[in-house]
Design a protein around this ligand. Structure first.
Ligand code: SAM
Ligand code: SF4
Length: 474
């Protein structure tokens, strides 16, 4: 059961809360940004070293526009040198929006009586997943409110239901989760259903602000949430995603606290989080929130570049909350995963009524409402390779972002070829003739120019895909 915080009593030294607000503020107050120091730090990151708290604070304190441009340029360089042009695509699917918490920023908060509450039944899950498969999706993140209905068994069952849906050549190959913290036993139950990443955002790492925006409900317990992903680790879910909701408190503090969270994982489990998310607060149903910490576009794009340099081997996720121009800009600084064709209204993918956004049937407003097809067309047109790859997860190669970063040749041997193969599947099964032509042109240009060692094998597999074989990967 989810609602017994006493279950979460700290049994182990490793699971002690690790955020000290004074320490974080000291780093921000006591560091100065100089041209020499900023350049040294960027060079350190480009040399494939992660940054420490002090170095990251120097970047955070950089306000000289020319130096900020150098930080962004450094992030762009790191992304293109190490990761190349792949962008992994996924879609969120809301399973249920009942919630007993009262998060002041969220349309699902319990006191919001305008919100229509829905929990998808098996048939509705089937319809939603079929609609997602029919446009080409292979990776989903399932999202749940926090409610006694959404037990670990319920979550695990919904994951299994999603994997069962097969529509023509479509199938979901990786299901990630964004749901409430569970007990170690609960995490084990969910892990057994075959999930990829379990995401839990701390929202704000500032305890006082946390208390203010979480006036009631189980989520009110800051420490319980902070160490929730440690319990996931104990349950052997080593693929976890952290995040902060930007706009609740000072962005400089939250950025450094995210790095502190990464440090905690690395020191304790020898592996950092798989991904970091940095949503900015969007409008939501009946919202009345103090916006004195709203993050400007300039600070937001800067903080994404800083995170890229600070933790060069962690996946960065950016969702359709952001408008197209911001998504396009920060993709260049190192975002590796984006959602596409997103509709976060309950039953939104299969329902005709859900074409217009309605805040009373969704958690918050999204700004990028393009279809998956439109996003793929634009990605191809701007030189990216859209990817639906799930190979590492299915071959048990966990920590793939770390491997991409640290294993020489990993990207050219595995990631790029798999991106190409999953793009070819998309082109065969879901693209218009025009996009298909552009997509193959981009693929063959890449094969001609990149000097892949397994080029012959990639070409053979492409031919098989064109002849109807699916799910080929390295
Ligand atoms: N109920 C679970 C929980 O709170 O952990 C699942 C997550 S919630 C459905 C997904 C995430 O959306 C939250 O963790 C929060 O960061 C984000 N979110 C909530 N309200 C938001 C808003 N108004 N704008 C942008 N993101 C928001
Ligand atoms: Fe519920 Fe999550 Fe929204 Fe908070 S953020 S009200 S826990 S759905």
């Amino acid at each position: 059961m989810i609602y017994q915080p006493q279950q979460y009593r700290i049994k182990d030294e490793r699971m002690k809360p690790f955020i000290d607000p004074e320490e974080i503020w000291d780093f921000i107050r006591d560091t100065k940004s100089t041209k020499e120091r900023v350049r040294e730090i960027i060079a350190k990151s480009l040399d494939k070293n992660r940054l420490n708290l002090e170095e990251t604070a120097v970047l955070i304190n950089t306000t000289d526009p020319e130096l900020v441009d150098e930080i962004k340029e450094g992030a762009r360089e790191l992304k293109s040198r190490i990761y190349g042009e792949r962008i992994v695509l996924f879609a969120p699917l809301y399973i249920g929006n009942y919630c007993t918490n009262n998060c002041q920023y969220c349309g699902f908060r319990t006191e919001n009586k305008k919100q229509h509450r829905v929990t998808l039944n098996k048939k509705q899950i089937h319809q939603e997943v079929k609609s997602l498969e029919d446009v080409g999706h292979k990776r989903l993140i399932l999202v749940y409110g926090e409610h006694p209905k959404y037990t670990p068994e319920f979550i695990a069952e919904s994951v299994r239901d999603v994997y069962k849906v097969k529509s023509k050549n479509g199938e979901i190959r990786r299901v990630n989760i964004n749901a409430a913290p569970l007990s170690i036993e609960g995490f084990k139950v969910v892990k057994d259903s075959g999930i990829g990443t379990y995401q839990i955002f701390q929202e704000t790492y500032h305890p006082e602000t946390y208390a203010k925006v979480h006036p009631s409900g189980a989520k009110r317990n800051f420490d319980n949430r902070l160490i929730s992903l440690d319990r996931a680790q104990e349950a052997l879910i080593d693929d976890v995603g952290i995040g902060a909701l930007f706009g609740l408190y000072d962005w400089r503090y939250e950025t450094l606290a995210l790095l502190r969270h990464v440090n905690h994982f690395e020191a304790t489990y020898n592996i950092g989080p798989h991904t970091i998310s940095f949503p900015r607060i969007q409008n939501a149903s009946d919202l009345n929130l103090d916006n004195s910490y709203a993050v400007s576009d300039d600070d937001f794009t800067k903080l994404v570049a800083i995170l890229r340099l600070a933790v060069p081997y962690t996946g960065l996720i950016l969702t359709a909350r952001e408008p197209i121009h911001i998504r396009n800009e920060v993709m260049r600084y190192g975002v590796s995963q984006i959602d596409g064709g997103t509709n976060i209204q309950m039953k939104g993918y299969s329902s005709k009524d859900a074409e217009e956004q309605n805040l009373d049937t969704e958690q918050f407003e999204i700004c990028d409402t393009r279809t998956l097809g439109e996003i793929i067309t634009e990605l191809i047109g701007t030189g990216y390779i859209p990817s639906f790859c799930t190979a590492c997860y299915r071959l048990g190669r966990t920590g793939e972002h770390f491997m991409e970063f640290s294993v020489p040749g990993f990207i050219k041997r595995f990631c790029d070829p798999n991106a190409i193969l999953t793009l070819a599947e998309y082109l065969e099964d879901y693209a218009t003739d025009e996009v298909k032509e552009k997509g193959y042109k981009a693929i063959f240009k890449r094969l001609d120019n990149e000097g892949y060692k397994n080029e012959k094998a990639i070409r053979e597999r492409l031919t098989k895909i064109q002849n109807g074989v699916r799910d080929l990967y390295f």
